[in-house]
Design a protein around this ligand. Structure first.
Ligand code: TMP
Length: 244
């Protein structure tokens, strides 16, 4: 479990104001308030491997472009040359058991800082729609929840990395861990460093995502991804369009 430091508030009240879109955020360690302003037209998809993110993002981009939107699509970690370089380090199976959890956390944030600087912020400034395959809620679920580094650490870094460039809406494609793994196994690709983790790690990731959707409903929505792609997409499109 992620440990909250409520500083006199109930955990629910505390989490309710943390990470909240467009709201004041309490950085518990220093007890100061900062703004986490969300960026309009910035959407991210999240989920464990095998949840169908790639398919859904492709469908979403096609649908929005057909309506005349100019869309920038990217994956995280990645999306810019430096960030892709960091991705290669992060996912290299040779570093299994070698890379420290904090190193991992910092590298994900480094990759993100660059793609924000080079791609996301300029695209948003130009009025484009940005759709990212993973973003900061991955860090919350994987490093904060599954690695056990905690929400505090993740949040402090997210504030530094993202500043005002935080997605307006994140859709979590929720699927049972075994079902997701069965889908990825069909691809027949060698697992990367993260994919080599055991099922209980992904169970914690999933719980992290579901907790995010529960605690931050204004900016995180979870939908059932264990359905036909068209049915999942209908929900996704409706959610995105409600924010455009
Ligand atoms: P993917 O692009 O194939 O999903 O690979 C990215 C991997 O990195 C995936 O296992 C999730 C993981 N990840 C984190 O652990 N933290 C993060 O902040 C991000 C963006 C991804």
């Amino acid at each position: 479990m992620i440990e909250a430091r409520p500083l006199g508030l109930s955990p629910k009240a505390f989490f309710g104001i943390r990470f909240a879109c467009g709201c004041r955020i309490l950085l518990s360690r220093f007890c100061i308030f900062v703004s986490m302003v969300t960026a309009k037209r910035f959407f991210t998809l999240e989920g464990i491997d095998g949840s169908g993110k790639t398919t859904q993002i492709d469908m979403l981009v096609a649908a929005l472009e057909a309506e005349g939107y100019s869309v920038v699509k990217l994956r995280e970690p990645g999306g810019a040359k430096i960030s892709e370089g960091v991705r290669a380090l992060l996912l290299d199976p040779a570093f299994k058991g070698v890379m420290g959890d904090k190193t991992e956390l910092l590298l994900y944030n480094a990759a993100r800082a660059q793609v924000i600087h080079e791609i996301i912020q300029p695209a948003l400034d130009a009025g484009k729609v940005v759709i990212a395959d993973r973003f900061a809620w991955s860090t919350y679920a994987y490093q904060g929840y599954a690695r056990g580094l905690g929400a505090d650490m993740v949040q402090r870094l997210t504030e530094i990395t993202c500043g005002g460039c935080f997605p307006e809406l994140t859709v979590v494609l929720d699927i049972d861990v075994q079902r997701g793994r069965a889908r990825t196994a069909k691809r027949g690709e060698a697992p990367d460093r993260l994919e080599q983790e055991k099922a209980d790690f992904f169970e914690r990731v999933r719980q992290g995502y579901l907790a995010a959707a529960r605690e931050y409903p204004d900016c995180v929505s979870a939908i059932d991804a264990d359905r036909a792609p068209e049915a999942v997409f209908a929900d996704l499109l409706q959610l995105v369009k409600s924010r455009l």
